[in-house]
Design a binder for this molecule. Structure first.
Ligand code: HT7
Ligand code: ZN
Length: 891
């Protein structure tokens, strides 16, 4: 497949002010009649090249005149005409086949309903069109369908009219007042429940908010509607951005490639991010629903009102919108709490976000798919909806927020909209707006060096050197940065990666754990912000009475790795005393990670059992610290994920790390059994009354269930009863699942097996709960390749529904580190990639990335992954999506 380069961008030579679409909807064969009014931009009559895929052309009219095959060129991907007038109307009539559309891009069937997914390049499967984000048009959409089968007909904007048609059909006409790119187009047709409410926006307009979901699921949409209301209010108060529509609709779909889609006024969501009640959603799902509803709603401004010029600018909308949804969730979690609890709640959110960045983005940035947040090239844009674009993109926005401060950042946002509302723009345009807001307040500041974050892939390494001169009471801190070429950068001869602008927040503690008052530090937190903008820089601090213990990268002030030799005892001190909750958590995790690496090394060599005394004592101190909130403590007492630990292991042995994690969990379960029991009983009843998903109650459940998992890992005599009782008597899915997971840890498999069978029998009618049932098994250390194959024989299994494929195949390949890293596991993976590719290339390409970091594996594993990759590469036909991933992995 050809490689598309950012440098080759060219504006489209025509404008398309008006688009009219007429749909005769039918699951087998839908007829789409498009009336497109084009205007030439320049004087030259350039060819009009429209995108179109998997369409059957019925007729083509130019200014009302039928065209013949001599008048245009049709390929499998384009339709080219040579219009000779400056303004003309093109009418296209074509057919597409929703039922056969298993890729779920364009118009497709889910359940008994019809949905569209157009981002990034799905609209071209609906009609021929300039399917690129910089062509913005005003749409009028007429939907016609059988009324009994498709009673609800929705599209973007406002409902202009409805009427009945002959033969039991009906029609709805939708007008979207805002010009939009084709990727934001949507239609939905089917039978749905609806929950709605009306809200007043801050300027006094009233807007209808609606959630549509499958018949019978309305009781599960109350939380989603509450989240939507909160999103509308938050964007007004924190960002000054008001809902611009009379009507904002969300529709839940069972079959969906990603989490959700921000189509203008008609969001389509994976039902897993809408439906929630205490029996079917865990605390984590309630939280995720809030965050995704916020995210899609916030796109209405950051993405829809101002959109991307081209797909290289994807992080313009995604990084910014992730930053906004992270802040929204943090504000919601802290809402109504006292200052200490609120700070803790924010720290918990930050910890979770950073953990996710390290699990998903850091490995990506070290592997064959590494790319800058503004990529330079791609073959298939569907492969670039990555953790780098989203999560690292959000970190880059967050660093600007850190440097500018909230007030100036918000002024920058206002400036961005003042300049670009209604336009399709670039990341540079965003940074320019921010910089001008900054300079309006501090003329000496600029984002010149900062802009390099948009150009470079890789996670920078910041090396820290401390020099303490006791006689002078002078402390010198030297930071140096490096970011060697990664992924595709390695092929660029003579590549120079300039220094980045890296805000490094630090604090200093004395040997007793007291904060050292550092000159220039924030008086309440003791934090100093070091702005590293060169390859190496030093900072001198006078009047430092004692050699400090450094607390580094507080709040995770930049998406970098820190290299600093710190003794275990210093980490333990920071874990016990650091006033920055993020850095405190970080120190404890680093200590535990060291332990895991030692244990993993023992896997290969016969070494003496690692001594966990320091870790144990540190955790005891933390458990005894009454100032720590349960949610925070749950993060502090969790062992770091394997994928984070592995980053410091070369060569990597994933199964050994997974084994080490199980072992350490068991040891800590045994050695801290009294503490776990105490915690369990103290938080057994997180809610006074009925289940509530609020962050405080969720934190208590998280801590209690963590304690239960340690007790179960230790096979503690009380654990079986506790798990059994909790599983049977809980009034919510979080506790029920935790009980079930604990039972599944039992060495004797029978209680776990019995519970699994009972669970399925009770909840088989709810697909989202069944997904969890599958996922729990697929990721279990007891599940080997042959077991997952058996699981796929279950009548409820299908590869066609992405949620189900994710629950089984992805869970096994991505999260069952103990059992997938062997030749049989890799062969299974390769087989599934190829099978999925014929169904849904976007999903297959995601699975194809399961072993991105294979080049760092131990040699025997490396050979086995290479073989599996080659078997995928040699399979024909292969989608563009999978081909790009596999070819890059093998380069
Ligand atoms: N902007 C949305 C992206 C998306 C998507 C991309 C490719 C294929 C399917 C997709 N569904 C949604 C999601 C978001 O970031 O809000
Ligand atoms: Zn998004």
């Amino acid at each position: 497949a050809p490689t598309i380069h950012r440098r080759d961008y060219q504006a489209f030579p025509y404008l398309l002010p008006r688009t009219q679409l007429f749909f005769d909807l039918d699951a087998e064969r839908t007829r789409v009649h498009a009336i497109l009014e084009f205007e030439r931009v320049g004087d030259a009559a350039l060819p009009l090249v429209l995108n179109g895929e998997q369409l059957t052309l019925e007729s083509l009219l130019l200014n009302g005149q039928a065209l013949t095959t001599n008048d245009y060129q049709l390929t499998t991907e384009t339709l080219t005409l040579n219009p000779d007038s400056a303004r003309f109307t093109l009418e296209i009539t074509a057919f597409c086949g929703p039922q056969a559309n298993t890729a779920l891009m364009g118009l497709y069937v889910s359940g008994n309903s019809l949905f569209t997914q157009c981002e990034a390049e799905g609209f071209r499967r609906i009609t021929w069109f300039p399917d690129r984000p910089d062509v913005m048009s005003r749409y009028t959409v007429t939907l016609r369908a059988d009324k009994s089968r498709y009673p609800v007909l929705l599209s973007n904007g406002n409902l202009a009219g409805t009427r009945d048609l002959p033969d039991g059909r009906h029609e709805a006409v939708w007008e979207d007042p805002f010009p939009k790119p084709s990727y934001l187009f949507a239609l939905v047709a089917g039978t749905f429940d609806c929950r709605e409410t009306t809200v007043q926006t801050r300027s006094g307009r009233s807007a209808l908010l609606q959630i549509y979901s499958d018949p019978g699921t309305r009781p599960k949409t109350a939380w989603a509607l509450e989240c939507l209301k909160r999103s509308v209010a938050w964007d007004e108060t924190r960002f000054g951005l008001e809902l611009d529509l009379d009507r904002f609709m969300i529709v839940a779909a069972r079959d969906f490639n990603m989490g959700a889609m921000e189509n203008k006024g008609l969001n389509v969501f994976n039902s897993s991010y809408i439906l929630a009640d205490p029996d079917s959603a865990t605390d984590a799902s309630y939280e995720a629903i809030e965050s995704v509803i916020g995210h899609e709603y916030f796109h209405n401004w950051t993405g829809n009102r101002v959109t991307c010029r081209d797909w290289f600018q994807l992080s313009l909308k995604e990084g910014l919108t992730v930053f906004r949804d992270q802040e929204f969730s943090a504000d919601m979690m802290a809402h109504g709490l006292g200052p200490h609890e609120a700070a803790s709640a924010r720290a918990v959110k930050r910890i979770d976000d950073v953990a996710m960045l390290r699990v998903a983005q850091f490995p990506e940035d070290a592997g064959p798919m590494a790319h800058p947040i503004r990529p330079e090239s791609y073959q298939e844009i569907g492969n670039f909806y990555t953790a780098t674009i989203y999560e690292k993109g959000a970190e880059v926005i967050r660093m600007m927020h850190t440097l500018l401060g909230e007030e100036t950042f918000q002024a920058g946002i206002q400036e961005y909209f003042r300049r670009h509302d209604g336009q399709a723009v670039t990341c540079d345009d965003f940074v320019n707006a921010m910089e001008s807001a900054w300079q309006a307040r501090q003329p000496e500041r600029n984002l010149k060096v900062f802009r390099h974050w948009y150009e470079q892939a890789g996670t920078p390494l910041v090396q820290v050197h401390l020099n303490y001169d006791a006689a002078q009471q002078r402390c010198t801190i030297t930071l140096s940065q490096s970011n060697p070429p990664v992924g595709i950068e390695r092929q660029q001869q003579g590549l120079h990666k300039p220094a980045l602008h890296i805000p490094v927040a630090i604090g200093m503690l004395d040997k007793q754990g007291q904060t050292l008052a550092v000159p220039g530090a924030d008086s309440t937190t003791g934090t100093v912000m070091l702005e590293l903008t060169q390859t190496e820089q030093s900072w001198v601090f006078e009047h430092v009475p004692t050699a400090p213990v450094l607390s580094l990268l507080r709040g995770f002030s930049a998406p970098v790795r820190i290299a600093y030799e710190q003794a275990d005892a210093e980490l333990a001190l920071l874990a016990s005393h650091d006033t920055d909750p993020f850095a405190r958590w970080e120190a404890g995790q680093a200590l535990a990670a060291r332990q895991l690496l030692l244990l993993a090394a023992q896997h290969d060599a016969a070494q003496p059992a690692a001594d966990i005394t320091l870790l144990k004592h540190t955790w005891q101190t933390l458990i005894a610290d009454a100032s720590l909130t349960p949610a925070y403590l749950a993060r502090v007492l969790s062992l770091p994920p394997e994928k984070i630990v592995m980053a410091d292991m070369l060569p990597m042995n994933p199964a050994a790390v997974a084994q080490a994690r199980l072992q350490l969990r068991q040891q800590l379960g045994e050695q801290l059994a009294q503490e776990w029991l105490h915690i369990y009983h103290a938080h057994q009843h997180a809610d006074a009354g009925a289940y509530s998903p609020d962050a405080v109650s969720a934190g208590r459940r998280a801590l209690k269930n963590l304690a239960l998992s340690y007790l179960a890992a230790a096979q503690h005599p009380q654990a079986l009863t506790l798990a059994q009782t909790q599983y049977e008597q809980s009034d919510n899915l979080t506790d029920r699942m935790a009980g079930l997971a604990a039972l599944m840890q039992w060495k004797d498999p029978s209680p776990g097996q019995a519970a699994l069978t009972g669970f399925y029998d009770s909840w088989q009618g709810d697909p989202l709960i069944v997904d969890r049932w599958f996922a729990l098994q697929a990721s279990s250390p007891a599940t080997q390749v042959q077991d997952v194959r058996r699981l796929m024989q279950h009548p409820a299994f299908t590869l066609r529904t992405p949620n189900r494929a994710r629950a089984v195949v992805f869970q096994f390949c991505q999260n069952n580190l103990l059992n997938v890293h062997n030749p049989q596991g890799y062969a299974f993976w390769a087989e599934q990639v190829v099978t999925l590719d014929a169904i849904n290339p976007e999903i297959a390409a995601r699975l194809a990335r399961a072993f991105d970091n294979w080049a760092q594996y131990a040699p025997d594993l490396r050979d086995a992954v290479r073989q599996a990759l080659e078997s995928i590469r040699d399979h024909a036909p292969l989608s563009k999506n999978v081909a790009e991933i596999v070819n890059k992995a093998l380069q």
